[in-house]
Design a binder for this molecule. Sequence first.
Ligand code: PRE
Length: 99
Amino acid sequence: MTDDATARAAALLKDHRDSIDRLDAILVYTLGERFKRTQAVGRLKADHDLPASDPAREAQQIARLEDLATQADLDPEFAKKFLNFIIAEVIRHHQKHQS
Ligand SMILES: O=C(O)C(=O)C[C@]1(C(=O)O)C=C[C@@H](O)C=C1
C-alpha cells in the first residue's frame, strides 16, 4: 500500500473511532438515565409491597425491542440478550430496596 493510502486509512479509522466514542457516550448516558428511572420504580415497588419482577411487562418489552432491532438492522437475539441483562441488574437493585 502507498503512504497516501495508509494515511487515508488511518484518517478513516480515526473518524470511525471518534464516532464510536460519541455513540458509546450516548449509550452510557442513556443507561444512566434508565437506571435513575428504575431506581425510582424500585423504591415505589418496595413502598407498596409490589414484586421486584414483572414477567408480563418483560415479555412486552422484549417483543417490542425485537421488532425495533429488526427495523434498525440489529440482531434481535442480541437485543433480547442485552435487555435481559439490563433487566436482571434492575431486578437485583429492586431486591436490595426490599430487603
Ligand atoms: O417496569 C417495571 O416494573 C420495572 O421494575 C422495570 C423493569 C425494567 O427494567 O424495565 C425491571 C423489572 C421488571 O421485571 C420489568 C421491567
